[in-house]
Design a protein around this ligand. Structure first.
Ligand code: NDP
Length: 266
């Protein structure tokens, strides 16, 4: 019997997400029998029951539920095992299998910056965990600065240098990445302005995980003539890898990538 599969993105907020457009563009143009929607989920502990209530074949998870998604899965594969953060779930015969495609998506996005040896990550949430572990895997030095202390011990144990706003000491960086949600729905900087000015004056490149807008952080980078990029290529990179998992390799990666890229022009 012909069944059309349903996929979704879970988040809070989620209305800004371009994932439905990206995945639907691939499904439609490659005649893959599936649709992708968005679900505004406030309570991360309800992820699993909502997933099954909607009879989903797979999902992406965005802020702030990626750690809850890890907990919701029956099994975890690949890089997600290392970081405890899941952004992609596939329904395999009623079992939820969790993956993380954010980290490799980000590495794809920063290829054009060339060799990176020293990174400062602003924020200590799910995205920061995935990126820190992925950088360390490539022997890239990682510093983390976060608004609050409680999430930092995890990163210290991983091998990062960690700071709160109060204890921060600036050094030289190849790349500074904003993984906080400051600037997503507001006009805030990810840290006090004196700290942001200091890090921007000591870095070659800047990236923001947020896409679809020039955040206050990126505006400051622009004012200082620093080469920067927003989160669009990271979004594309993670989306292509997630789509490959959703369609269980039934579509060619190059085709997925081409149509996903096209969706950015819509
Ligand atoms: P989490 O909720 O896991 O972590 C959020 C982090 O941001 C925490 O460290 C938190 O600090 C910090 N934070 C939140 N608000 C502020 C603020 N006003 N000032 C300073 N710090 C703040 O989020 P995720 O890691 O899942 O996502 C983070 C961002 O990355 C989101 O904007 C998301 O949209 C984006 N993203 C983009 C992707 C892409 O493909 N382009 C992929 C993944 C994420 P504290 O610990 O003190 O609360």
């Amino acid at each position: 019997m012909f069944t059309k599969q349903l996929f979704a993105i879970f988040g809070d907020p989620v209305s800004h997400s371009r994932s439905p457009l990206m995945h639907n563009c691939v499904f439609k143009n490659l005649n893959y029998p599936a649709t992708y929607t968005r679900v505004h989920l406030k309570d991360g502990s309800k992820l699993k029951e909502t997933f099954f209530a909607l009879d989903l074949s797979g999902a992406n998870i965005t802020v702030p539920h990626k750690e809850a998604a890890f907990e919701a899965c029956d099994a975890i594969r690949g890089f997600a095992q290392k970081v405890g953060v899941v952004n992609t779930i596939v329904n395999e015969n009623g079992k939820l299998i969790g993956y993380n495609t954010d980290a490799d998506g980000f590495m794809f996005a920063i290829k054009e910056f060339g060799a990176i040896k020293n990174v400062l990550i602003l924020g200590a949430g799910g995205t920061a965990k995935a990126l820190a572990a992925r950088f360390l895997q490539d022997d890239i030095q990682v510093g983390i600065i976060n608004r609050s202390q409680s999430r930092l011990p995890y990163f210290k144990e991983l091998g990062c240098e960690t700071f709160t706003w109060d204890s921060f000491k600036v050094s030289k960086y190849d790349l500074v990445v904003n993984t906080t949600s400051a600037g997503l729905k507001d006009e805030e900087l990810p840290a006090p302005k004196n700290i942001i000015n200091a890090v921007l004056e000591n870095t070659s490149f800047v990236a923001d995980a947020i896409y679809g807008k020039v955040t206050p952080f990126l505006k400051l980078a622009e004012e200082k003539n620093i080469t920067y990029k927003d989160g669009a290529d990271m979004l594309l990179g993670q989306g292509v890898l997630a789509n490959e998992l959703f369609v269980n390799s039934k579509l060619q990666k190059a085709d997925i990538s081409m149509f996903m890229q096209k969706s950015f022009e819509l």
